[in-house]
Design a protein around this ligand. Structure first.
Ligand SMILES: Nc1ncnc2c1ncn2[C@@H]1O[C@H](COP(=O)(O)OP(=O)(O)OP(=O)(O)O)[C@@H](O)[C@H]1O
Ligand SMILES: [Mg+2]
Length: 388
């Protein structure tokens, strides 16, 4: 609504009843909602109560608070209020003083209706301009925020493309190696070579699949689909998801779902991705650790109807303080071509989307412990919202 058409509140202060009567009729006729006070002392509480955008006050009034004092008070409390002073004959000094204290205008008694309207018009334009300026500033701020978010997103996309290309280069080299083994296995009819080549190709295909899924996950905004899920079958399915990675290694995966709640509200697809990421890291850390003869990964779920707690502990390489600090950062990876640094970033997002927390303790050479806590959604409300 334009402030010109909006019915504006105006506080009229004058100790002379006749002037109040005449002015209030003229102002009401011009569309103002007029409130009146007969003295500066009475005007202050009324001003505090109604906070009008315009005040019209006599400059000379009996009592503690005269027009100038009232003007000073109003400008101190709300500098945006426009104050028009009503001055008598010979009050020029006071009128000039009021302008110094930022009165918007002054009109002289006896009041000329045209002069009154001209003063009100000027004040109205001032208020309108101020509002427009505030609106422009607000929009400008919103635009700057939007641009900053866009710039951040673009630079993270640039980083992502660089990082993916780097990861892809490594994977393509692996693929070449696999194809070479397959070709020479066929030529030499060497069954071991064929198997080795096939293994390399299969592992590389798995990594490409994971990378592409991670990119898709990152690129698309999604909302959770929270629903009650039977936890033990879910946990076993997650564990089975990394079983192929530990087959033939000296890693033992210990499952402990005995104290898991029977059912819990989660998004199983999202949570599966999150847990597999942590479990894959655990396997990587165990495979990389040559200091111990055998390794163990504990995957445990417990809790009750109000909270689900998931532990994933490994006795692999552990992390140094830098890795521990940056583990959840996007693109942080210590695995060279074998890692992209997506895994824990996505995991962290998924757990946060569930309203949960994820903590990690790690000691170099000893191992790493991840703990995830997910609260049950409040009744009537569900965890949701897009990623990031
Ligand atoms: N269980 C762990 N033990 C030791 N280091 C870990 C463990 N989990 C994560 N890290 C460290 O945190 C880094 C980031 O992990 P993240 O899963 O985000 O990326 P990544 O495994 O390197 O690559 P991606 O998961 O994208 O294939 C890892 O490179 C590793 O240095
Ligand atoms: Mg990982």
């Amino acid at each position: 609504m334009s402030p010109e058409k909006e019915k504006q509140t105006l506080l009229l202060v004058d100790d002379e009843e006749d002037i109040r009567d005449v002015l209030s009729i003229a102002l009401t006729h011009s569309g103002y909602e007029v409130h009146m006070a007969a003295s500066g002392d009475a005007a202050i509480p009324l001003f505090d109560k109604i906070r009008p955008p315009i005040v019209m006050t006599d400059i000379k009034m009996p009592g503690m608070v005269d027009g100038i004092e009232l003007l000073k008070y109003i400008k101190r409390v709300n500098p945006d209020t426009e104050v028009i002073m009503i001055t008598g004959h010979g009050d020029m000094d006071l009128a000039v003083k009021s302008l110094k204290h930022e009165a918007a205008d002054f009109i002289t008694k006896p009041i000329n209706v045209e002069a009154l309207h001209a003063a009100l018009r000027r004040v109205g334009e001032k208020i309108l301009m101020r509002r427009q300026l505030q609106e422009y500033t607000r929009r400008l701020e919103a635009m700057i925020l939007e641009k900053t978010a866009l710039r951040d997103r673009l630079s993270s996309l640039g980083l992502m493309i660089g990082s993916i290309s780097h990861g892809m280069k490594g994977l393509l080299t692996n693929l070449d190696a696999g194809i070479y083994l397959l070709r020479s296995g066929i030529t030499k009819k060497d069954f071991n070579r064929l198997e080795e080549g096939l293994d390399t190709v299969r592992q590389t295909a798995d990594r490409i699949k994971k990378l592409v899924l991670d990119i898709l996950f990152y690129a698309k905004e999604r909302t959770l689909n929270i629903r009650p899920v039977d936890l033990v079958p879910f946990a076993n399915e997650v564990a089975a998801g990394i079983q192929h990675k530990i087959q033939g290694t000296a890693i033992e995966l210990v499952r402990d779902f005995e104290h898991a709640p029977e059912s819990f509200q989660i998004d199983p697809d999202f949570l599966r991705t999150a847990l597999i990421n942590i479990l894959e890291n655990a396997v990587d850390a165990c495979l990389e650790d040559t200091a111990k003869a055998s390794h163990r990964i504990l995957f445990a779920m417990k809790g009750d109807n109000s909270q689900l707690t998931i532990h994933i502990h490994d006795n692999g390489t552990g992390m140094d303080s830098e890795a521990l600090e940056k583990a959840f950062h996007l693109f942080f990876s210590t695995k060279g071509a074998k890692g992209t640094g997506f895994g824990l970033f996505i995991t962290d997002n998924i757990i946060k989307q569930h309203g949960g927390t994820i903590t990690v303790h790690s000691a170099k050479g000893k191992g790493t412990r991840f703990t995830i806590r997910i609260p049950a959604p409040e009744k009537g409300g569900e965890q949701s919202g897009p990623g990031r």
